[in-house]
Write a new protein. Structure first.
Lengths: 258, 325
């Protein structure tokens, strides 16, 4: 516990870091997922194997990568290969987790990072899929990390860049995506979400735990679709003093993100 | 084989794998020939208006930036671009040279969305954006590298990324699984920056190899720029490190700091202030113009560009390089 103050972004990174499992392989997207992975590797998951799409696997992440191909993504690494090698490793079932960002998310965990508005005449042209679609298609479990507001949590995406549960139960398998792959969590600036994906479930997003100081009502008001609210909603632990020290002094001292 | 779904995206360059074999048979020399030339000569000889072109790796990492800047200086236009890019393609977009995009990702990574890309696409200057994932575009090149017309894969299924691509979905005749068929991608010209090459084009890379092996084998013309030009004896001492053999290569350019302001693993780090300068200036049309005037049109060639950056600054980037320890 801590009596320090912290920002919403710092809290989001700390909650996301707790989702990493030691001794697993995880595809890491640009930005916040990199900070969360570094924090996890320095705390609860020292044997995490980070995977970066352009070829780096098993790096010791001493400095925050600013690009998914820079040397920091294979610093003291196990492997410096190419994109095909790592994407094929994922396609044959070796990558456990994928951690992604996105501009928009819908109730089924699908992500948009391509266009706002109509594709051929967009209001806003976003960067595009990058490796996002591949990670959401091939990794066993996918976690999205996002700012939480109504513009980002929308009932229907303008463009489905990366698959979550698509249109609901069975849709991924019907589309031909590898069996057993699926989104598991969304970490936002307000809460931790999971999916109603047990037997007979709807595969829609469900509130799992609010961040400290955030009410369930606040989460509902900032979500553009009907979120499943279970009877008991947990409250996430605040960042520890050590988590904040690591984030501020070791992981992002130049304050790119926090 | 029944086609279950077809992407509606334009096939920007329909692949003709038989013609590519023919090209490789008749247009690519098997002789060890001296291909060393300047950026000016390489770009003016092999890049032309309307060509289908790709760069590797991308903007801030082992990217052929000196070649990219020379292309802008020569005003090669109406380019059809295979787009996995950060600074390099944003510069081309900002200079108004791009007509069509096979796009995977064009962004500024840590700094977010590209403003030059936004202006070029939202204004309709780029007339066609065909969507792909990073793995898909690399696998399309891999298909060409293998000499086959397509590859079955399991990405993009069920999404708008597939809908706005030119991929197709079929049922695999062996297992019954739905698979995404990616058409081979054959470039007219590719630009790749490497750590070292000899004057014939035998090229070696350190650190991650990105999609260099695939792109080098999926293009009719290949321009290599290298930090260092080494004697062929050096290549022959470490043949296991050769990722691009000479017969794939049409031009070799000696470009020390050729990836600047991006990094080159084990040689120099990235130049954050110059990258940030583009991030800031590319926010407006006027700023974009000023940046291009300063760093592209304001210098005659890469040697003058390095003088503009300055020895002291370049030495600092060398000091900040990733080290093997």
């Amino acid at each position: 516990m801590t009596d320090q103050t912290y920002s919403k972004t710092e809290l989001m990174i700390c909650v996301a870091a707790r989702l990493f499992q030691d001794g697993t392989t995880a595809f890491i997207g640009t930005g916040i997922p990199m900070l969360a992975a570094m924090l996890a590797a320095k705390t609860i998951a020292p044997n995490l194997v980070p995977v970066f799409e352009f070829g780096g696997l098993g790096a010791i992440m001493e400095d925050l990568p600013r690009a998914v191909g820079e040397a920091r993504t294979f610093h003291k690494g196990i492997l410096a290969a190419g994109i095909c090698e790592l994407m094929e490793t994922s396609q044959r079932g070796f990558i456990d987790y994928g951690f992604l960002g996105g501009a928009q998310i819908d109730p089924y965990g699908n992500l948009n990072s391509t266009t706002i508005g109509e594709h051929d005449h967009p209001k806003v042209r976003l960067p595009g899929s990058g490796g996002g679609n591949d990670v959401g298609s091939q990794c066993w479990m996918t976690v999205a990390i996002m700012q939480h507001d109504k513009r980002r949590f929308v009932p229907k995406l303008d463009f489905v860049t990366t698959p979550g549960y698509l249109t609901g139960p069975g849709a991924r398998e019907a589309a031909g995506l590898p069996a057993g792959t699926h989104p598991i969590n969304v970490v936002s600036t307000l809460a931790l979400m999971d999916y109603d994906d047990g037997p007979g479930g709807t595969c829609r997003m469900r509130l799992a735990a609010t961040h400290p100081g955030v009410t369930v009502q606040e989460v509902i008001e900032n979500t553009g679709f009907e979120l499943i609210i279970p009877e008991h909603v947990r409250v996430n632990d605040p960042p520890s003093t050590e988590d904040l020290r690591l984030l501020r002094e070791e992981i992002d001292p130049e304050r790119f993100y926090i | 084989m029944e086609i279950l779904e077809s992407g509606i995206g334009e096939m920007i360059q329909p692949p003709d794998i038989e013609a590519f074999r023919e090209w490789n048979c008749t247009k690519k020399s098997r002789k060890l020939e001296d291909k060393l030339m300047s950026e000016q000569e390489a770009i003016s000889t092999f890049v032309y208006d309307g060509c289908y072109i790709g760069t590797e790796l991308y903007g801030t990492v082992r990217c052929p930036m000196s070649l990219c800047r020379e292309l802008i200086r020569q005003g090669k236009k109406e380019l059809r671009v295979v787009g996995q890019g950060v600074l390099e393609l944003d510069l081309w977009l900002g200079a108004g040279l791009v007509k069509k995009l096979d796009i995977t990702y064009i962004g500024l990574e840590v700094y977010g969305t590209c403003n030059a890309l936004r202006r070029a696409v939202e204004s309709g200057q780029v007339v066609s954006c065909v969507e792909w994932s990073n793995a898909s575009i690399s696998w399309r090149m891999k298909a060409t590298a293998m000499g086959v017309p397509f590859l079955p894969t399991r990405s993009m299924l069920g999404t708008d990324t597939l809908k706005y691509s030119s991929a197709k979905v079929v049922e695999d005749p062996f297992t019954g699984l739905k698979v995404c068929l990616l058409p081979a991608l054959i470039l007219d010209v590719a630009l790749i920056h490497v750590h070292r090459a000899d004057r014939y084009g035998n090229a070696q890379i350190e650190g991650i190899s990105g999609f260099s092996a695939e792109m080098a084998r999926a293009t009719k013309r290949l321009i290599i720029s290298a930090e260092e030009i080494v004697p062929t004896d050096e290549i022959r001492k470490y043949p296991d490190r050769t990722i691009i053999p000479y017969y794939l290569v049409d031009a070799v350019v000696h470009a020390p700091f050729g990836s600047h302001p991006g990094e080159m693993a084990y040689i120099y780090g990235r130049d954050e202030p110059v990258i940030k300068e583009w991030v800031e200036m590319s926010k407006t049309v006027e700023g974009t113009r000023s940046y291009l005037d300063k760093y592209v049109f304001g210098v005659a060639n890469h040697q003058e560009y390095m003088q503009l950056i300055g020895e002291e600054r370049l030495a600092r980037l060398v000091d900040e390089r990733e080290r093997r320890e």
